[in-house]
Design a protein. Structure first.
Length: 188
């Protein structure tokens, strides 16, 4: 079963508090976090959840100056990497529901980064095309993403970062069965 992002979640703007309120500033990014309590660090799944939440806040904060949300960067990257596609396919690839996808695309279209055109053979569908301004914004997002990753993963060596990326990609692209009735943590 795919996890879908709801309309409410996709429309949320990252919370930004003033530095005087939030003492947890990470190289200029205000984040809502505290260090992981030791008693919660024994389960890989929870640690992954914790780091994922912190990483999501950090990445969203890095994309805010570009007027992009993380899912919008994903849309631009998919269009750049795989070419024009119908918005339903974009939603499937990003695991985003139809209403949320429309909201995300409306915003990108208002910024003249993408364009929706009638599908050549399916009157019910629209193809989403990346425009030149979208390609340029994607390059800016890539630069911001690289800088954000350097800051976020500063506690790891370059080799450790590459290993983490490789392992996460393997999990993300595996054909592992999620239907198993028992989940056992490898660190137990």
């Amino acid at each position: 079963m795919k996890r879908r992002i709801s309309s409410k979640q996709s429309a949320e703007v990252p919370k930004r508090e003033s530095p005087s309120v939030n003492p947890h500033t990470f190289s200029g990014h205000d984040l809502d976090w505290e260090p992981l309590p030791e008693c919660l660090s024994h389960w890989t799944g929870f640690v992954l959840h914790w780091v994922s939440e912190l990483g999501a806040q950090f990445y969203a904060s890095a994309m805010t100056p570009l007027n992009l949300r993380p899912l919008q960067v994903g849309i631009l990257q998919l269009l750049a990497g795989e070419g024009a596609m119908v918005q339903a396919r974009l939603g499937d690839k990003l695991r985003v529901d139809k209403a949320s996808m429309v909201t995300l695309l409306n915003d990108l279209e208002e910024q003249s980064l993408i364009e929706r055109r009638p599908h050549p053979s399916d009157r019910r569908a629209y193809e989403v095309h990346l425009l030149e301004a979208g390609k340029q914004r994607l390059q800016e997002a890539e630069s911001a993403s690289i800088e954000a990753a350097k800051q976020f993963f500063a506690a790891l060596t370059l080799e450790e970062q590459q290993t983490l990326n490789r392992l996460l990609k393997r999990v993300a692209t595996s054909n592992a069965s999620w239907k198993s009735p028992t989940f056992k943590d490898v660190d137990s």
